[in-house]
Design a protein around this ligand. Structure first.
Ligand SMILES: Nc1nc2c(ncn2[C@@H]2O[C@H](COP(=O)(O)OP(=O)(O)OP(=O)(O)O)[C@@H](O)[C@H]2O)c(=O)[nH]1
Ligand SMILES: [Mg+2]
Length: 716
């Protein structure tokens, strides 16, 4: 394969809801580019893109796949992505390396929730988009339904480039109002005739062309002048206007397609060559916020967006050449770690088919093997220190606990999970000391189940998924005092320590205080010192020394704090972490011989525990902000389900034809929410969740938790 100049490269991410035909389209692009001479099918389990066992079992894409193709002296790097929300990580990493996107809309469905989600994400990443209405050959294809649904959601952004002549079974032609031609296909291998537009379609074609010209003119002042002058624009001028609108995110040109029958695919590729930006026209963002031009004559830097383990090969690392010209055998440095790496080979990849190339110029996407330590999101350089901004992945939506069936396998499981999360950064693994569980989070239950399948079948390890525990917190609601004497007399040196303390609730910004009402009478403390401790698990402990007359030596104060801290990590109600408390040590007693640090630590621990119990203790639970996007007809069901989950609906608005619901829901009620939502809406909804704050649990819930903890304690 030759080395392509930056301006002749197009990096395109395929987007669209499940089953819209992305993988089928990619296969046809490879066929058109002669990378393959026979097209596989998703059902036949032999496409270049869905090339893993698990993708073939499910007959859907699960990983993002890089596929190159050469067409009209242009190198296409297509990234086929999964349509399911569960595997959205691959879409996000593709946004980091592709300059534009092609959205496939299923002609039998029109805009689906998936379509909307991906277009929304593409907009956030400033990606120009082209839309193809696919499966026009299908029996149930409905061009008008699909087009109207697009117009309904995206209004004036939708600019029709084509319309089908005979959508449905027998589909073989469409009219193109940019070329003002009719394309007719004579076989299912892309052979096409360019014909004059038939008389009976001319009016429609001319009207649409006029619309196209006006849209194109709107995006460029000089085009506007030409348009007012001549009342029309040339084909090239239209392209210039379209491109300007696309780059601003104001125009989505719409094409006709049957990816399966290779109709319309070539025309979209031609349009992408002529109109979609090449890598040379887009600046890439650095981690520190700076921007770098994609220039083949600059020093080399390459960014790694994905790695995948392949049998017999080890880690295959996928990169984009962000600047310079990468050559085989080059030595590069990771500017963040100082690690050196040699690029022993460079490949263009079409799924598992790899073609060795001797160099890749800026803008190209390829892969390499045998690197020592590079991770997803890192950059390697020579002669510069560019560090490109890593992909920002979405927050997890599904959380589960995981453990090996056999305890002896725990360590191996840990390694497998770390590797899984390095390959797929939307898999988050965390061992929670607090919960004593390994918590695995991902984008949905299916996402996690696929990982489970891999661990069972590839790594041959039996595992269990369990409901994750909830990181409750404990705090107090009123003032209380307690004292405790720790005393032990056994043979030699004894132990003696006595601590009197007062505790009160703390909140951010609470004024200082030294007068308290305790059990009906007033108490005034003489505050001599204060220490503040932000807690690792959130919230604060404020520690006041109010000792008068030397009742406790200053040297015992740290031991007293230690005793309190110990109890804070194991709250008296449920053993959860305690937070947001002020402790005042105001009295105590020492023994001239027997007092030591241990005695004061134990005394403080017990005094704190007693005071805590008297201070109206409360359990707090994590509350999450969630945002659900759902088609209007399913809104009622989704809303009442959320109310059953103790959710507080905070707002609702209509956006682009969907309802967006905002609510606050306790984490304890969100277990498997993604799965329920999917079954409530037949997979037509999506949601995101983010930690908001801790809040007191309602009395009935507290009662249940206390009982459960008591039972657990008895068991142990
Ligand atoms: N009739 C017809 N069927 C198509 C066309 N394109 C795709 N299909 C079929 O639609 C189904 C889904 O196609 P895929 O290519 O797997 O769709 P996808 O968008 O990659 O799906 P995910 O990977 O699940 O997101 C398969 O059965 C294809 O054969 C088309 O143009 N016409
Ligand atoms: Mg697919």
């Amino acid at each position: 394969m030759k080395s392509y100049e930056t301006k002749n490269v197009r990096n395109i991410v395929l987007l669209g809801s499940p089953k819209s035909g992305k993988t089928t389209f990619a296969e046809t692009v490879l066929f058109e580019g002669k990378v393959i001479d026979r097209r596989g099918t998703v059902e036949g389990k032999n496409t270049m893109s869905d090339n893993t066992e698990i993708e073939q079992i499910y007959q859907r894409s699960i990983y993002s796949t890089l596929l190159y193709s050469e067409f009209n002296n242009t190198k296409f790097n297509i990234i086929d992505t999964p349509g399911s929300d569960d595997f959205v990580g691959g879409v996000y990493s593709a946004f980091t390396v592709c300059e534009s996107g092609l959205v496939l809309v299923n002609a039998t469905q029109g805009v689906e929730v998936g379509t909307e989600i991906f277009i929304r994400q593409a907009q956030k990443h400033n990606k120009p988009l082209v839309i193809a209405i696919n499966q026009l050959d299908s029996e149930k294809a409905d061009w008008h339904l699909a087009l109207d649904s697009l117009k309904n959601v995206y209004g004036g952004k939708i600019v029709q480039i084509q319309f089908p002549v005979n959508a449905g079974v027998g589909f073989d032609s469409f009219v193109d109002v940019l070329k003002m031609k009719m394309y007719k296909f004579t076989d299912e291998n892309g052979t096409r005739q360019e014909l004059d537009i038939p008389e009976d379609l001319k009016d429609e074609a001319e009207a649409l062309q006029q619309e196209l010209i006006e849209k194109a003119a709107e995006n460029d002042e000089s085009l506007m002048e030409i348009f007012f002058d001549k009342g029309s624009l040339t084909e090239d001028e239209i392209r210039t206007g379209l491109r300007a609108g696309m780059v601003k995110g104001d125009i989505y040109p719409v094409f006709c397609m049957s990816a399966k029958k290779d109709m319309g695919v070539k025309r979209v590729l031609e349009f992408l060559i002529n109109v979609a930006p090449s890598p040379a026209e887009v600046e890439n963002e650095l981690k520190d916020g700076g921007k770098v031009k994609c220039d083949a004559s600059a020093p080399v830097s390459i960014f790694f967006y994905k790695t995948a383990l392949e049998q017999h090969l080890g880690d295959v690392a996928y990169f984009k050449v962000m600047s310079g010209t990468l050559k085989e055998g080059m030595d590069l440095v990771n500017p963040e770690t100082g690690d050196k790496e040699r690029i022993s080979a460079i490949y263009a990849a079409a799924g598992k088919k790899r073609e060795k190339v001797s160099e890749m110029q800026a803008g190209e996407i390829g892969c390499t093997v045998k690197l020592k330590s590079v991770k997803v999101g890192q950059t390697l350089c020579a002669g510069n220190e560019n560090v490109f901004a890593p992909t920002r992945f979405p927050d997890p939506k599904f959380r589960t606990a995981i453990k090996a069936k056999e305890e002896k396998d725990e360590e191996k499981l840990g390694e497998i999970l770390n590797r899984a999360s390095a390959e797929d950064p939307t898999i988050v693994v965390e061992y929670s000391k607090e919960l004593k569980q390994t918590i695995l989070s991902g984008q949905g239950e299916h996402h996690i189940n696929i990982l489970k399948w891999k661990i069972n079948n590839v790594d041959k390890l039996e595992i269990e998924l369990l409901a994750p525990k909830i990181p409750y917190r404990e705090t107090i609601t009123k003032v209380a005092i307690a004292d405790y004497r720790h005393k032990k007399q056994s043979g030699g040196a004894g132990q003696f320590g006595e601590v009197h303390l007062l505790i009160e609730p703390y909140y951010e910004g609470k004024p200082e205080n030294n007068k308290f009402k305790v059990d009906g009478s007033e108490m005034v403390l003489n505050v001599k010192g204060k220490e503040e401790y932000p807690l690792e698990w959130g919230g604060k402990l404020e520690y006041y020394n109010c000792i008068v007359g030397g009742a406790i030596d200053a040297r015992f104060m740290p031991a007293i704090l230690k005793g309190i801290m110990e109890k804070m990590t194991e709250g008296p109600l449920t053993g959860s972490y305690a937070r947001d408390i002020r402790v005042y040590i105001f009295d105590g007693k020492m023994h001239p011989v027997d007092s030591n640090e241990l005695s004061f630590k134990l005394a403080a621990r017990n005094a704190f525990k007693e005071a805590f119990k008297k201070a109206g203790p409360k359990i707090m639970e994590p509350i999450y902000n969630i945002e659900v996007m759902v088609p209007s007809d399913a809104m009622g069901d989704v809303m009442s389900d959320l109310q059953n989950r103790r959710g507080l609906i905070e707002g609702m608005q209509s956006e682009n034809g969907f309802d967006v619901l905002k609510a606050r829901v306790p984490l304890a009620e969100l277990y498997r929410y993604s799965t329920t939502l999917s079954s409530l809406t037949s997979g037509r909804a999506t949601f995101s969740q983010k930690f908001a704050e801790y809040q007191q649990v309602p009395a009935d819930v507290q009662e249940k938790l206390l009982k459960a903890y008591e039972a657990e304690e008895k068991d142990e």
